[in-house]
Design a protein around this ligand. Structure first.
Ligand SMILES: NC(=O)c1ccc[n+]([C@@H]2O[C@H](COP(=O)([O-])OP(=O)(O)OC[C@H]3O[C@@H](n4cnc5c(N)ncnc54)[C@H](O)[C@@H]3O)[C@@H](O)[C@H]2O)c1
Length: 185
């Protein structure tokens, strides 16, 4: 059995002064990232639909951002650039699970089959790709160039899960194969 060992002190030391954008920073993995990066001395700008934490001091900045909304994502990145001049890391945590099985038939008042909802694809796939697009844009245009991006997958990125059709499709579509196709960028 293999074992992964992380030296927290060494990892935290690498974060000092880095400029980090986090989406979905109000809860769960995104919130943990905001706090972890900030604890290492990084400057964090985070977006989410809401802010349950208020003012967290000068090194943690909130910018309201629904990742399905291009203008709000642009604002998140522009806020970062205006404040710190660059972006070193982007952590794309905003996402939702699949709250319903789209293949369960639902009907409208006239008895017609309802169009399936696309929220999971809109947020977990299309919204995350918009974050990736902005990250790559700033990584290419800033000086010095470069940066790193983390996108949150799932076990469902690698194996089918009954009832989670659009979730599996979305998290596998931002997974390893898609990332390989970005290598020349
Ligand atoms: N927690 C796990 O064990 C786990 C495992 C595998 C994958 N994931 C995936 O990782 C991602 C984050 O999971 P989590 O457990 O931290 O979830 P969470 O619900 O705790 O946090 C997700 C955050 O994303 C935000 N969000 C939702 N829609 C948004 C939108 N349109 N724009 C901006 N922000 C939005 C929410 O407000 C919330 O703060 C999800 O996509 C989830 O499916 C989580």
């Amino acid at each position: 059995m293999s074992e992964l060992l992380f030296d927290d002190a060494q990892l935290l030391a690498q974060l000092k002064g880095k400029v980090v954008v986090v989406t979905g920073g109000n809860s769960g993995i995104g919130r943990a990232c905001v706090e972890y990066y900030a604890s290492g001395g990084a400057k964090v700008v985070w977006g989410d639909l809401k802010n349950s934490f208020g003012d967290e001091g000068s090194d943690i900045t909130f910018s309201r951002c629904d990742i399905t909304n291009w203008a709000e994502q642009v604002r998140l990145f522009k806020t970062t650039i205006e404040k710190y001049g660059r972006v070193d890391s982007v952590v794309a945590c905003a996402g939702i699970g699949e709250p319903y099985d789209i293949f369960t038939d639902e009907f409208d008042e006239s008895g017609e089959l309802r169009e399936p909802k696309s929220a999971v694809i809109d947020i977990d796939l299309t919204g995350t790709i918009k974050t990736l697009k902005l990250a790559l844009h700033y990584f290419k245009t800033q000086s010095p160039q470069g940066g790193d991006i983390s996108m949150i997958g799932s076990l469902a990125s690698y194996r089918g899960t009954p009832g989670l059709y659009t979730y599996c499709g979305s998290v596998s579509a931002i997974g390893d194969h898609a990332c390989e196709s970005l290598q020349s960028r």
